[in-house]
Design a protein around this ligand. Structure first.
Ligand code: FEO
Ligand code: CA
Ligand code: CA
Ligand code: CA
Length: 674
């Protein structure tokens, strides 16, 4: 057992650090994923040369899928496109015979007075009527089953103040930095940053010319870092949620750092709250429900608590106790974040709901198993921080298509995953009286367990993973896939650019099958689907190395289309992109995989400085929407000051870069990927 977390006293100095990454906060002694893989692969680890043996060892004990891969290899490929090459160009490339257009870029008006995009100059109120920044998880909600008319719901993960505010012009700022004046932040800028995060709902339709556009519609809506949101489930009304804003602990303002998403079996959207902890500060000794998540002891990530004028809506980001009780201050404000939030896109009047039974952590997203009449609703969610866990929720009540609603998510059992060395796995219930979660051990009741989900999983003995990101469930066989994006903090002693596996800069994808193919089961069988990297350091489960057509690093977004094609999106952090061990992978990209054979082909490459995140098709699978987040984020402070940006995508010609959604179609109108 290595003391991995302690290798870097300053987590921002670790290789692969990206703005917003939380500090490793897991001080428990649970085994890491690599301890388990190492054990299965004999003691050779992932050092170059030992990789093949290690991987073979891992897969040999798996669910027999090499034999399956050999059988499946006889069948025609799921993929009919020619792979695109790695790219470092400030543009989007797609395979021959495919077309791309840009839709719904940051700043495009969708509601209210439909204020036009004015780079750097829009007010906070205007930003609240426009598409937000930094597009992430996304879904297309077809209107009446249409494949040419629907509502896009898209998450806006975070902001880059330097692109958001005119006052940043000419200053040496990195992608996270902001401008302070006399130790305070401009309150209008803070309000605009809150308005640029959250979620956008907008209608889009395909025109006669085949192009898609934003359509004004009463359902178009922005949910931001300031929108009223209610709590539901076991933590609603708990003392942990009492604030000056909600003295009965039933509501809060805003959803933040909205990364990936989920779609419920009753057709609502779930938005995840990922790297929210750093937005808050607490100058006093922090309670465990803040320290275990990485609330800042100094200043919040964007210094929102420093907004001039001290308005309550901004001062709440300082959780330092100031009043006589929780009813008089914001000591509990951070407890209102780290949840999955349900939004009904078809009802613009609906108040979004934080579903507390799904646990509190750095939720990357959530993926639901296909609902079955009369069976519990099951969903999976990863906690994207180094050495954190994968979770699943199983509802207490069965799914009934006629009556199903978010209430199903308020009662059930939350589990954390334990991956055993022999290829078996267990789901550990995070419930009162189970797995050591007792009052004697510091877990007073279910609300206490859920507020402290990470600590409960520590106690239960879950397996520490390499930053779990998106999950996906195979539509036909129910296999569950999760991306583990990277974990450069694995051991400093093994850091070696030629042997990057030791510090895992590249990531991998794990998959498992629940016992009896029952998603409610408490046991499963797992194996690695692919270990990402270059030719020398990668392997698919079928024993193939990745090469020209498919090398990639840092898998993040993951989605199955209706035909069982697995779409993989990459997020090499902006401090690493196009250099060092990940230089051969070029700009972030999207690939397509055949889960039966392990074949992977590169489908798309993105512009400079961005990550590809968010993917969905229309029901007919002939139009695909893909997200491009933070183009230009690789611009250095010095270059920013002189207006030299690494990206001008999508507008070109010296324009400020903008996150946006790609619309991908085939010239022959065929199914995407086929
Ligand atoms: Fe927001 Fe873990 O990606
Ligand atoms: Ca992600
Ligand atoms: Ca990521
Ligand atoms: Ca990122």
């Amino acid at each position: 057992m290595s003391a991995y977390e302690h290798d870097y006293p300053d987590h921002t100095a670790t290789p692969g650090y990206a703005h917003g990454d939380e500090p490793p906060c897991n001080a428990s002694s649970n085994p890491t994923f690599y301890d388990v893989v190492d054990a299965r692969a004999s003691r050779r680890g992932f050092l170059l040369g030992g990789l093949a043996a290690a991987v073979t060892g891992v897969f040999a004990a798996g669910a027999g899928s090499q034999a399956r891969a050999q059988g499946a290899a006889q069948k025609p490929s799921l993929m009919g496109f020619k792979p695109v090459k790695v790219s470092v160009a400030d543009t989007v490339t797609v395979p021959e015979g495919y077309r791309v257009q840009v839709l719904g870029a940051w700043g495009e008006p969708i509601t209210g007075a439909m204020p036009a995009f004015r780079p750097g100059l829009n007010t906070a109120a205007e930003q609240g009527q426009q598409i937000g920044m930094h597009h992430d998880g996304m879904h297309f909600f077809a209107i009446d089953g249409s494949s040419t008319d629907g509502l896009i719901v898209v998450n806006h993960e975070y902001v880059e103040p330097r692109f958001l505010h005119a006052a940043a012009k000419g200053k040496e700022l990195n992608s996270e930095a902001f401008v302070l004046t006399n130790g305070a932040r401009d309150a209008e800028e803070v309000a605009k940053e809150l308005a640029a995060q959250g979620v956008a709902v907008y209608r889009t339709r395909r025109g006669a010319d085949g192009r898609w556009s934003v359509v004004a519609d009463p359902r178009n809506r922005r949910i931001t870092g300031a929108t009223r949101i209610e709590f539901s489930g076991p933590v609603r009304g708990s003392a942990h949620l009492v604030t000056k804003y909600s003295t009965d602990g039933v509501a809060t303002r805003g959803t933040l750092n909205n990364c990936a998403h989920g779609v419920t079996p009753w057709n609502t959207f779930m938005t995840a709250e990922e790297n929210w902890a750093g937005y808050f500060r607490n100058a006093e000794k922090m309670p465990r429900e803040q320290s275990r998540y990485g609330v800042s002891p100094k200043q919040g990530r964007y210094g929102w608590e420093l907004a001039a004028g001290g308005a309550d809506e901004f001062a709440r980001f300082d959780a330092t106790p100031k009043g006589a009780s929780a009813r008089e201050d914001y000591r509990n404000e951070p407890n209102g974040f780290g949840w999955m939030v349900e939004i009904d896109p078809f009802n613009p009047q609906s108040v979004p709901v934080k579903r507390t039974h799904l646990g509190r952590f750095a939720h990357e997203g959530v993926v639901f198993a296909p609902a079955q009449q009369g069976k519990p609703v099951v969903c999976y969610s990863g906690d994207d921080a180094r050495f954190e866990y994968i979770y699943k929720f199983v509802s207490a009540k069965p799914f009934d298509a006629k009556t199903a609603s978010g209430a199903l998510l308020d009662e059930g059992t939350l589990y954390a995953a334990k991956f055993n060395a022999d290829g078996s796995g267990e789901w550990l219930a995070l419930a009162p009286g189970q797995n050591g979660l007792t009052p004697e051990n510091g877990f007073a009741n279910l609300a206490d367990i859920l507020i402290n989900t990470r600590l409960a999983a520590d106690r239960a003995g879950a397996t520490k993973m390499d930053r779990p990101e998106w999950g996906a469930v195979h539509p036909a066989n129910g296999e569950v896939y999760f991306t583990l994006t990277n974990n450069t903090a694995r051991t400093q002693a093994q850091v070696d650019p030629a042997n990057p596996r030791a510090q895992n800069q590249f990531g991998q994808i794990v998959r498992w099958r629940e016992d009896g193919d029952d998603h409610g089961a408490t046991k499963f069988r797992w194996e690695l689907f692919v270990i990402a990297g270059n030719r020398a350091t990668s392997r698919t489960f079928a024993g193939q190395a990745l090469g020209e057509d498919n090398i990639f690093a840092c898998p993040d977004g993951l989605w199955f289309d209706g035909a069982g094609r697995l779409w993989i999106q990459t997020d090499i952090g902006e401090s690493e992109q196009n250099r060092g061990a990940v230089e051969p992978m070029g700009n972030n990209q999207m690939l397509c995989a055949d889960p039966a054979t392990g074949e992977i082909r590169r489908f798309l490459t993105g512009p400079s400085g961005q990550e590809i995140t968010g993917v969905i098709t229309t029901p007919d699978m002939r139009t695909m929407f893909v997200g491009v987040q933070h183009p230009g984020a690789t611009t250095s402070p010095k270059d920013f000051a002189v207006g030299k940006l690494t990206s001008h995508w999508p507008d070109g010609q010296g324009a400020i870069p903008r996150s946006a959604t790609l619309v991908i179609t085939r010239e022959d109108g065929g199914v995407i990927g086929a």
